[in-house]
Design a protein around this ligand. Structure first.
Ligand code: F6P
Ligand code: MG
Length: 540
């Protein structure tokens, strides 16, 4: 299964052009800090009669060409203009940033405009129609800004809890930056925030979700994988009789490893990449059987599955505890997350699970509270799968009932902090959202699902693939109180770290043999931070 768009393979001429013909990178003195600045390589010749340039000769200093920024920058010297390694930006033609900013985002916005127009055509009240027509006008303006590479303007104060965070970051770091030269991560997030603003300033359409139809529709077209899981897991997990303690533990281990992979690969059905998927394509991405998973484990390029098992096992031996999921996509991925979380509760590997979603529509498929509620309620009351047998429907109802019961008992809690919908990376989490950092510090293990969360953990930088995960996530591994972090991510963009000592070679080989391997979703990582034992924050 391939995504809808492959960026051009980086060619020698591309990078040569970037380096020499158009511009040259000078390692100091950007307008807002010291990140390398791109300047014109060939200045125009001095006008006749112009005063000769005065050059200082500081003989003992190294020549300009020898100056190189040491990477990674230490966390205390990092900010959005001085990333730990060079950050991807829209104008980097060799990266997925370029294709995303130039092609994917306008396409996604075009589809969102179609969705809102469809809704408008279904309305009868003049007030609602006029209000929505104004939203559409703002979307058209956003399209003009995006396709015309406009400068990033502040977010309008629409009473959202994140306005101050957004405008502080723009004012401090990105004044005068545009969609293409701001860091890709920020520019892409900014586009989704601007899309939300089109509705949040309206009277009647503040909570309108332009992606809702797509999200529901993809789940309804995932029948085969949905029932494969519900038929297996509706019955609560229990051990066969007469097993020894060691055999029980082994059964737990095998089930844990299998369901971790179910949860991981649930991330491959991302709507922002796979626009207009056929049912066959959805199916091929969602095979969940044990045999299939054994085969896909070899595609997990950075694989800490065994360490992950040791971690949750030892937590259970101590207290059993709290596990958090920083969620990614709604529908089938969320369903897989819940199947996994259900097993964690039933097996005693966790006593409490906290799910973190988004406050408004985000990167097309991400989970909002409405998506969360829709999934649980449609499982119990919905008529989504007309072709299913009664036994299949009953299995889905039972699962849904159990999950809703977990919510009532407080074993499962859904939350949505404003920080998750900002352009900040998670290196900035403890500084910009200290309450959230403290909250996560109380967890025994925090799963970060998906590609975008991985980009935010790693500052979305061009770090070598051999970079250890703990180095790549900076303060999220090293800050006092940082929780144990596990990234479950199918690889869908340029940043790749944590592949081990041979990581650079592995990445090079894939670059040569499988162009597009970083965006196909075929490969994945399961990366666990070392954690800082004894530093978990405990409160009464
Ligand atoms: O567009 C950027 C991107 O991070 C892609 O790399 C990815 O396809 C998508 O957004 C989101 O992926 P995910 O839902 O896994 O975070
Ligand atoms: Mg997503």
């Amino acid at each position: 299964m391939q995504p809808d768009y492959f960026p051009p393979t980086p060619s020698a001429s591309d990078s040569e052009q970037d380096k020499h013909t158009m511009s040259q990178v000078v390692p100091t003195g950007g307008p807002n800090g010291s990140e390398p600045t791109v300047v014109a390589a060939r200045g125009s010749p001095p006008a006749t009669g112009a005063p000769a340039r005065v050059t200082l000769h500081l003989g003992h200093l190294p020549g300009k060409t020898n100056i190189s920024v040491p990477y990674p920058r230490s966390p205390s010297r990092v900010d959005p203009n001085n990333p730990p390694w060079p950050a991807f930006r829209g104008y980097h033609r060799y990266s997925f940033a370029h294709a995303t900013m130039g092609v994917r985002l306008p396409t996604i916005l075009g589809k969102a405009i179609d969705d809102a127009s469809r809704t408008l055509n279904e309305q009868s009240s003049e007030d609602l129609i006029v209000d929505l027509a104004n939203c559409l006008e703002r979307m058209d303006q956003l399209m003009v800004d995006l396709s015309g590479n406009a400068k990033l303007r502040p977010i309008i104060d629409d009473d959202e809890a994140d306005v101050a965070l957004w405008n502080k970051e723009i004012a401090k770091y990105f004044q005068g930056k545009d969609f293409m030269n701001a860091p890709w991560l920020f520019a892409e997030a900014y586009k989704y925030r601007r899309l939300h603003e089109c509705f949040s300033v309206s009277k009647y359409w503040k909570d309108y979700d332009v992606f809702y139809r797509q999200k529901c529709d993809t789940f309804s077209r995932s029948a085969e994988a949905v029932f494969e899981l519900s038929m297996r897991f509706a019955e609560p997990f229990k051990h066969s009789e007469n097993l020894s303690d060691a055999e029980r533990l082994e059964a737990d281990r095998l089930m844990f490893l299998e369901l971790t992979q179910v949860c991981l690969w649930g991330n491959s059905t991302d709507l922002s990449l796979l626009i207009n998927m056929t049912e066959e394509q959805i199916k091929s991405l969602q095979s969940t059987g044990g045999d299939h998973l054994a085969a896909t484990e070899k595609n997990i390029l950075g694989n800490h599955l065994n360490r992950l098992w040791e971690t949750v096992k030892s937590t259970r031996e101590k207290t059993g505890g709290r596990i958090d999921f920083v969620l990614d996509n709604a529908g089938f991925e969320l369903y897989c997350d819940c199947v996994y979380a259900d097993f964690l509760i039933q097996s005693g590997l966790a006593k409490e699970i906290r799910f973190h979603g988004k406050r408004y529509p985000w990167f097309v498929s991400d989970v909002t509270r409405k998506d969360w509620e829709w999934l649980l309620n449609t499982m119990v009351y919905g008529h989504l799968f007309p072709k299913a047998t009664e036994v299949e429907r009953e299995s889905l109802r039972r699962l849904g009932d159990r999950w809703k019961q977990y919510e009532r008992e407080g074993k499962w809690v859904y939350e949505q902090h404003p920080f998750w919908c900002t352009g900040y990376t998670f290196w900035e989490l403890h500084g910009e959202a200290p309450d959230l950092f403290l909250h996560l510090s109380r967890s025994d293990l925090v799963f970060f699902k998906g590609d975008l969360n991985h980009r935010k953990l790693t500052y979305d930088c061009h770090a070598p693939a051999s970079t250890p995960f703990d180095v790549a996530i900076g303060p999220m591994a090293s800050a006092a109180g940082a929780p144990r972090i596990c990234s479950l991510r199918t690889i869908k963009s340029d940043v790749v770290v944590g592949l081990g000592e041979d990581g650079d070679l592995i990445a090079k080989k894939l670059d040569d043999e499988e162009p597009g391997w970083k965006i196909s979703g075929k490969y994945a990582v399961v990366l666990l931070s070392e954690g800082r034992p004894g530093e978990k924050v405990r409160f009464a």
